[in-house]
Design a protein around this ligand. Structure first.
Ligand SMILES: Nc1ncnc2c1ncn2[C@@H]1O[C@H](COP(=O)(O)OP(=O)(O)O)[C@@H](O)[C@H]1O
Ligand SMILES: [Mg+2]
Length: 589
């Protein structure tokens, strides 16, 4: 076997494997080039999600014919004039994209420098097939057709035009957010998708993300250790089932970096369920020398000199903003959608059915009071299980009111001086236990409850290892554990805040929690996760009947507990129907 240098065409095709994964990645490279060329306007046309045509036209500084030829050669770039790789401000710097794309498609490159004539070069899967004069306005226009036609392995992996379009749209959105000072138009299959004029970053983000983010988003603007973070994130209650609307930028470069995504996740810990995701557009600015962009051929990942500081800025900055917002939501009226309330129209039907059932019964007694009794009985038969307190004229001024009863042994119904409050008892209590544990931990004193009989819990060996490794931290939270054998753990004490609890279930959940939040997390964050898991175990379950005194105690504690307006999974813990809304329901307004 002899060693040989590969022909450049093959080298390019190999590079294309990394750089041009699908139409969206080719499109991304072309738009980046347009922006690097100083374009004020980028016009994009796609057919079939980019599978049939990708066209990117810009009004940048263009290229002369010999520059065009060079640009199509591998490792030819105009972007590292001083050969310095650690202060890159352009999107491109590897000189790979054009030759790579040209090696796996039919590519037409047209360009014109202001004051000169335009020129065209056509390449078919790496081979030049023609060149000549072209007429176009100053700038560059690149057309990519028949992508992967001669690369069946790649062609096979292309998804439907819909899916390729979604990926392409995502790529354009990211770059359009990165450069709000540039105008962008996008046409797909002959239809105008958007036309964006130059504007400010927040305005551009608003144009490209869900319009509801306006009302459900929190602006971010913070600074630490010479780094800055700006942008917008969604309130925990405004979340999605997919992490597809998270737009992250480092020095205006769109990235899909695990560290940043993890930090975003970390900021929402215990505010949002594990399978839900916030919406975010976050712009991180870091001194150029503190970040390495040459980590990944597609340039979507970066490496930070001080990842802990970056994570700290994001988690800390977002957390502060989220806490402030949730502090407000704890006292702010949450929307109770009146349309969801059953009105008397449907209720009358029920009552009629009751009254007309026993046909042989005598008519309702003529006296008004007797009739009320009869209706009351009918009502009573159909009322859901629950108890009520007698009404009082003067309702004490508590924001969450005083308990009047419980519905389905799950919801507390309370009367406030300004309306009707309904509380989800489990969600609320879970939050209270978590905040109690957190406060106690910060104060350095978590009460523990020794078990009369230490309990042995059987778990998988790796789970036992994780719990054993965290034993000191757990002890700090009142959970005293000891390794008891290869696959068992002895539990000596549990956090007093929990009351009586299912120790086995708790340990299983903790092991899973520790496995998921491995070494990448700070101790503080891990403790928070663990505390949330413990809190969930210690909370009053839905379905437990509460005494009026217990209900009132819960309401009073909620009023003085931070973040009590939402549960550990980002759902509201209570809703209020104000007097005005009630009047509307009854047509009094
Ligand atoms: N739209 C464009 N306008 C002007 N010059 C361009 C354009 N696209 C590419 N070029 C030139 O071609 C070179 C090679 O592009 P590319 O292969 O993407 O590598 P890189 O962007 O990493 O330099 C660029 O450095 C630039 O000089
Ligand atoms: Mg480039």
């Amino acid at each position: 076997m002899s060693i040989r240098r590969l022909p450049s065409e093959l080298v390019n095709r190999i590079a294309a494997g990394e750089v041009v994964e699908r139409p969206a990645s080719a499109l991304k490279e072309l738009v980046e080039n347009a922006l690097d060329a100083g374009a004020n306007s980028v016009r994009i046309r796609l057919v079939a999600g980019g599978v049939e045509l990708i066209e990117v036209a810009d009004d940048g500084w263009g290229m002369m014919p010999d520059e065009m030829r060079l640009a199509l050669e591998r490792h030819a770039t105009s972007k590292l004039p001083d050969d310095v790789l650690d202060r890159v401000t352009s999107f491109g710097f590897r000189g790979e994209a054009l030759p790579s794309i040209a090696s796996v498609s039919a590519l037409t490159l047209e360009s014109r420098v202001r004051g000169a004539d335009g020129w065209r070069i056509a390449i078919d899967h790496g081979a030049e097939v023609g060149e000549g004069p072209a007429s176009l306005p100053p700038g560059t226009c690149i057309r990519v057709e028949r992508l992967f036609e001669k690369v069946p392995a790649r062609r096979k992996f292309l998804r439907s035009p819909r899916a390729e379009y979604a990926a392409s749209l995502d790529a354009v959105r990211r770059l359009a957010m990165a450069r709000s000072d540039v105008s962008f138009t996008l046409d797909h299959d002959g239809r105008r998708i958007f036309s964006l004029q130059p504007t400010t970053p927040p305005q551009r983000v608003a144009e490209l993300l869900s319009a509801e983010l306006d009302r459900n988003g929190i602006g971010i603007d913070c600074e630490r250790h010479g780094m800055g973070l700006t942008g917008v994130v969604s309130l925990p209650t405004f979340n999605r089932g997919m992490a597809d609307q998270q737009y992250l930028f480092v020095n205006a470069r769109p990235v899909k970096d695990r560290l940043l995504v993890g930090a975003l996740r970390g900021a929402y810990r215990d505010l949002i369920a594990k399978d839900r995701h916030p919406i975010a557009a976050l712009f991180l600015s870091v001194p150029l020398e503190d970040v390495d962009v040459n980590v990944h051929p597609a340039k979507t990942e970066v490496r930070f000199r001080d990842p802990t500081a970056v994570r700290g800025l994001i988690v800390g900055g977002l957390r502060a903003a989220l806490d402030e917002a949730s502090q407000q939501s704890a006292t702010r009226e949450q929307a109770a959608a009146p349309v969801l309330w059953t009105t008397s129209a449907s209720y009358d039907e029920q009552l009629n059915r009751v009254q007309s059932q026993p046909a042989s019964q005598p008519q309702w007694a003529p006296s008004a009071s007797a009739s009320i009794v009869a209706e009351a009985r009918a009502l009573f038969d159909y009322a859901p299980a629950g108890r009520a307190e007698p009404a009082i004229a003067e309702v004490p001024k508590y924001p969450l009111g005083i308990a009047r009863g419980q519905v389905s042994a799950t919801y507390i119904v309370a009367e406030a001086d300004d309306g009707l409050v309904i509380v989800d008892q489990h969600a609320a209590h879970e939050r209270l236990v978590l905040e109690r544990m957190r406060a106690a931990r910060e104060g350095g004193a978590i009460a523990r409850q020794p078990l009369l009989m230490p309990e042995v819990v059987e778990l998988e060996e790796t789970d036992c290892d994780r719990i054993e490794a965290a034993a000191d931290e757990l002890a700090g939270m009142g959970l005293e554990v000891e390794r008891f054998g290869p696959t068992s753990i002895l539990v000596r004490a549990t956090p007093a805040a929990l009351g009586k609890t299912d120790v086995t279930g708790l340990l299983q959940d903790l092991a899973a929690e520790l496995a998921e939040f491995g070494s990448a997390f700070s101790l503080q964050e891990k403790l928070d996760h663990v505390a949330a898991t413990i809190a969930c175990h210690g909370s009053v379950r839905a379905g437990r009947v509460l005494s009026v005194a217990e209900m009132n105690a819960l309401l009073r504690e909620m009023e003085v507990t931070p973040r009590s307006g939402q549960c550990n999974h980002g759902r509201p813990t209570w809703v209020k129907l104000g007097h005005a809304e009630m009047e509307k329901l009854f047509g009094r307004r």
